[in-house]
Ligand binder design. Structure first.
Ligand SMILES: CC(=O)SCCNC(=O)CCNC(=O)[C@H](O)C(C)(C)COP(=O)(O)OP(=O)(O)OC[C@H]1O[C@@H](n2cnc3c(N)ncnc32)[C@H](O)[C@@H]1OP(=O)(O)O
Ligand SMILES: CC(C)C(=O)C(=O)O
Length: 599
């Protein structure tokens, strides 16, 4: 055999002995881009060769915090109006989020008033903790705590940047001074909470060393430890330490290493809720969150559909649904994903991409032929498996196993209607799926091939998508013309068969042939062969090649579909007949094929 792909390490051009085309190593064809790569440097690895996170599995939902109303909102072109904020808040509650960051109350009247409104209007369920963000500045902290008066459960979330560039550029201070900002801020939060909030509030505290991703690990740890020294976490008094990828900078694996390192080195780890807050600058926020949980994070902060600064916060919908698709209950209800999407679009005034995981318009839709074929076979196999398991077992009782569909679209409130859409890339499987799903017609394989050629000719000629309605109207026109729209040489009105003592069937059919009423008769070893003989009399030479039938529904008024493959005057064609009586259905199927032969 001749090698076609040269080994990756050679730059040689391999000329296959006797082969037609010399093969060039693709490496040789790539050229330097000319882009200014010298301006950037690689992210530092973490010295943690005994890392354990790759072996961990996520077997239960982490704690979730939605920051749609804070990090999501602060990144919008038009921040949410109070009405939109309230819609979002109510949605998050309905979905099951128990920790919701509701704003930055010291930023201005809008956020302050919103926090007051949900407290005063009793919109916060007993088991939901609201959280509010503040900088480590006394006047802002005081105002922040004031916003929480009357809340049953509330957390103040304080942040300050700890990364070198921010120490140098924003705070213009030393490590010690920047650590002191966090320490003083924590003390002020505690003092104001004591002074302003009564015993009626179950008060929590969260600290974020902002830009954790660019902060030296040992310094991030030092600041977190100093904050813990002030807050004094203990049994029944947790602290949330949230380590934000304010700007996502590393691979998810390095991010996970940093989490494992922090998780191992925090002294009061059992009283710390370790929280991950990924942004999506490298497009890997979801992976970063998942790997961080494997590395020890207890809690994830993010936004629905990945709203948030720049490329967004991590997407809570994808994370939750990823768990669901692995058989882990996300403890968040995504069963009405389109309602969630619509509400989010209304609140954020931004659209969710049609290819957005789990929620986009097109994510359960296959256009391409081999995908459609496999999906149709998958649905058929699930139905057969359920039937084989015995009475009362439905596909909903089985493990989901439909190729190309990671989850059952029904589980998020989607119908199967949009699963298969037909265009020029589609094959017989998709078209057959539409006919089976929408019209209960289970076409035999060779008939699928025949009809898909008819649709293919249409897509090649007209381009674009062929809707299920167009597929059905093309199918009807081709195989099942209605009496109002009849075409073809033969239309039958009624027929009778009698069986003689010799076992031969004689058929008498009242029909219209070429526009004239007539009676056709013939004899054969069954009604179909008798009908073929009757057709001989009007010059139609037909021979049966294949026959199959199935019921289309259950009950007394059940319809049957018959499919007949015939050789007619040298052509091989399929016909279909639908009738409550199977003999009539098969005669209609013969007529369908006969008429097509002369169309
Ligand atoms: C990564 C994140 O998403 S963090 C959250 C960011 N979100 C927001 O900022 C939205 C809401 N913020 C706001 O509306 C405004 O920033 C306000 C109203 C809170 C404060 O506004 P201003 O008082 O004008 O201050 P501004 O935000 O510009 O901050 C600048 C000052 O705060 C200091 N500062 C910034 N962050 C912090 C912090 N976390 N803790 C303490 N001081 C801080 C800066 O060093 C600077 O100080 P300087 O004036 O002495 O140089
Ligand atoms: C305040 C912090 C958590 C933040 O939003 C970020 O760093 O992205």
């Amino acid at each position: 055999m001749t090698a076609v792909n040269p080994p990756a390490h050679t730059d040689a051009v391999i000329t296959p002995v006797g082969g037609p085309t010399p093969v060039t190593n693709a490496k040789q064809l790539q050229k330097p881009s000319g882009m200014p790569v010298h301006k950037y440097r690689g992210y530092e690895a973490v010295d943690i060769s005994d890392r354990t996170w790759p072996d961990n599995r996520i077997t239960r939902a982490p704690r979730w915090l939605s920051t749609d109303l804070r990090d999501g909102n602060q990144a919008l072109i038009d921040p949410m109006s109070p009405a939109r904020k309230r819609e979002m808040f109510d949605l998050l509650v309905r979905m099951g989020y128990k920790e919701i960051e509701v704003g930055f109350p010291s930023s201005g009247e809008t956020d302050f008033a919103f926090v007051r409104s949900i407290i005063e209007e009793g919109a916060i369920p007993e088991d939901v903790t609201i959280s509010v963000l503040t900088q480590a500045r006394e006047e802002l902290i005081e105002r922040t705590v004031e916003s929480l008066v009357g809340a049953r459960r509330a957390t103040v979330h304080l942040y300050n940047a700890t990364a070198p560039t921010f120490r140098r550029v924003v705070f213009r201070g030393s490590k010690e001074e920047v650590k002191q900002i966090a320490v003083d801020g924590t003390r002020l939060v505690m003092e104001y909470a004591d002074k302003i909030l009564g015993d009626g509030t179950i008060f929590g505290y969260q600290y974020s060393p902002e830009i954790f991703t660019d902060t030296e690990l040992d310094f991030a740890l030092e600041v977190c430890e100093a904050v813990c020294d002030v807050w004094q976490p203990e049994e029944g008094r947790e602290i949330i330490l949230n380590l934000p990828a304010t700007v996502e900078r590393s691979t998810p694996s390095t991010h996970a290493d940093r989490f494992e390192w922090m998780s191992r080195n925090l002294t009061r780890r059992e009283y710390v809720c370790l929280s991950v807050h990924p942004h999506n600058d490298r497009g890997t926020a979801v992976a970063a969150a998942e790997l961080a949980v494997m590395a020890g994070a207890d809690r994830i902060e993010g936004c629905l559909f990945g709203q948030g600064e720049r490329t967004g916060n991590v997407d809570l919908v994808t994370l939750g649904m990823n768990l669901f698709s692995q058989g882990v209950d996300p403890q968040i209800d995504f069963s009405q994903i389109d309602e969630i999407r619509r509400t989010s679009e209304y609140c954020n005034q931004m659209e969710v991409h049609p290819r957005h995981p789990y929620a986009g318009d097109l994510v359960y839709t296959a256009f391409s032929g081999s995908h459609q074929d496999a999906i149709k076979k998958g649905f058929d196999a699930m139905e057969a498996d359920a039937a084989a398991r015995g009475e009362g077992v439905t596909v909903d009782d089985l493990e989901w196993a439909v190729p190309y569909l990671p989850i059952d679209p029904k589980d998020v409130g989607r119908s199967y209607e949009a699963v298969i859409r037909v265009n020029s890339q589609s094959g017989k499987g998709g078209i057959a799926y539409v006919l089976k799903n929408d019209h209960k017609l289970d076409l035999p394989r060779r008939m699928q091939i025949e009809f898909s050629r008819i649709i293919q000719a249409k897509t090649d000629a007209e381009g674009g998508e062929v809707t299920p309605t167009q597929i059905w109207s093309t199918f009807r026109d081709e195989y099942l013309p209605s009496p109002e729209n009849a075409w073809g040489r033969v239309q039958i009105r009624s027929g009778q068969t009698t069986t003689g003592s010799d076992g031969q069937d004689t058929i008498t059919v009242e029909a219209t042939v070429d526009g004239s009423d007539t009676v056709l008769t013939g004899t054969g070893n069954g009604p179909i062969s008798a009908f073929f003989e009757a057709l001989q009399a009007i010059g139609i030479d037909a021979r049966l090649l294949d026959y199959t039938e199935h019921t289309m529904s259950e009950g007394a008024s059940a319809q049957a579909a018959s499919y007949i493959e015939c050789a007619i005057d040298g052509k091989v064609l399929w016909g279909i007949g639908i009738d409550a009586n199977t003999t009539r259905a098969s005669l209609k199927a013969v007529v369908s094929a006969v008429n097509r032969a002369t169309r």
